[in-house]
Design a protein around this ligand. Structure first.
Ligand SMILES: *Cc1c(COP(=O)(O)O)cnc(C)c1O
Length: 400
């Protein structure tokens, strides 16, 4: 397609599962994208928390270009160096344990759930029908049948029930509701430390401590789904670092490969032992290209100096947003680091559309009433200022 060739925006021949914005992106660089008419936009969506280093980060591009000339795929029946190095790196950056590679967040979650079920079956004698997962309302863990089973958004379950496993959904951040957990029959708890898709709700540290105290003494694994919160998105490399504990099982995907599909599950002992040859698998998982993209991404993001500077800029951005929220009085700011939600308490479609059409600034929503702002971690003070000024103008034009 030539630049300037503007086709109509119709969903056909796609199945209409997405409502896309009327914008066709042809190029990206850093915090910016260009549409097919040559117009530039400030991209504070990061491809839904994927492009933590922005578009086409140079060092990741170089690493991929080198790997492209070497080998693309070997299957998991052979060893490959980038895959081995990535597994070692992930364990070094999380906790002692074993790594399973997949290609998407849902698959990493799926692997975590299967591991927990096998562990419950073999180590704890819990058969299907005797146990349950504990998950939380408003949660999002993916679209495959297993991941969907623990997703606490009834609208996504419509037409697919009964789902895979029995699940007890408890209200997020409710201390009282933790009493309802029956640890002896719980396969695992799965939790996001900031609920991303569900509206940008951070977990209350006191609640997280109580949750761990309720299940851990009984040998129930805690799965922390860091598909959205991981790889520096909330400030530290992993969101759990700010809560002062380490998970039993961790899932990572979105930001891990700078846009190249790659996902990982890391599991500690004794849970990791439940997988033996043949228990699970993935044709593409941990292939040389995906592993190269992830290694090059972590090379930048896991550097403590990078994370400290990213956190400083995220704090600056947060303060700017809080200031506008305070002056404007119509929305609240929630979230951690670069995973932020502006909750207006009513539909925000017009704010998102005006930012795009009038200010060339891209943001997302989370649910109906929250503007979700996901800048790349490399956003500088100039991009932050551009965004804040654009938001101010849009809010002023919207009137009160
Ligand atoms: C996006 C997301 C998933 C699903 O990831 P996919 O790559 O779309 O399968 C799972 N968990 C969380 C917390 C997510 O934000």
């Amino acid at each position: 397609m030539n630049e300037g060739d503007v086709r109509a925006f119709s969903s056909a021949p796609f199945l209409p599962v997405y409502r896309r914005y009327p914008l066709r992106i042809v190029r990206g660089e850093g915090a910016y994208v260009w549409d097919d008419r040559g117009r530039r936009y400030l991209d504070f969506t990061s491809g839904v928390a994927v492009l933590n280093l922005g578009h086409v980060p140079p060092s990741v591009r170089r690493a991929l270009e080198e790997q492209l000339g070497r080998v693309w795929h070997v299957s998991n029946l052979f060893w490959n160096e980038p895959g081995e190095r990535l597994a070692e790196r992930l364990v070094a950056l999380t906790f002692p344990g074993g790594v399973f590679f997949a290609n998407s967040g849902a698959e990493a979650v799926e692997a975590a759930l299967k591991l927990a079920r096998r562990y419950a079956y073999f180590a704890r004698g819990l058969r299907e029908g005797e146990g349950e997962f504990v998950a939380f309302t408003r949660s999002f863990h993916g679209r495959t049948i297993g991941a969907l089973s623990v997703t606490g958004r009834p609208v996504f379950h419509e037409g697919y029930t009964p789902l895979w496993s029995s699940v007890r959904f408890l209200p997020y951040n409710s201390l009282d509701a933790l009493e309802e957990i029956v640890p002896e029959r719980t396969y695992a708890v799965i939790v996001e430390l900031v609920q991303g898709e569900g509206g940008v709700y951070p977990a209350d540290p006191e609640w997280v401590r109580a949750l761990l105290a309720r299940v851990r003494p009984h040998g129930v694994p805690v799965i922390v789904d860091e598909v959205q919160t991981g790889v520096g998105r909330t400030g530290p490399l992993w969101a759990y670092e700010a809560y002062g504990f380490t998970p039993d099982i961790l899932t990572s995907a979105k930001g891990l490969g700078s846009g190249f599909p790659v996902a990982a599950m890391v599991a500690r002992e004794p849970f990791a032992e439940a997988f033996v040859p043949g228990s699970h698998g993935s044709t593409f998982g941990g292939g040389p290209l995906a592993a190269t993209a992830a290694l090059a991404t972590l090379e930048v993001v896991a550097d403590p100096a990078f994370l400290a500077d990213s956190q400083r800029r995220a704090d600056l951005f947060r303060r700017g947003l809080e200031e506008i929220a305070h002056e404007d009085g119509r929305f609240l700011v929630r979230g951690r680091g670069w995973l932020l939600g502006l909750d207006f308490g009513h539909p925000v479609g017009e704010v998102v559309d005006r930012l795009r059409e009038e200010e060339s600034v891209l943001v997302l929503t989370a649910g109906e009433s929250v503007v979700r702002v996901l800048p790349p971690l490399i956003a500088g003070e100039a991009e932050i200022d551009t965004f804040l000024a654009a938001l101010r103008r849009v809010l002023r034009r919207l009137g009160s």
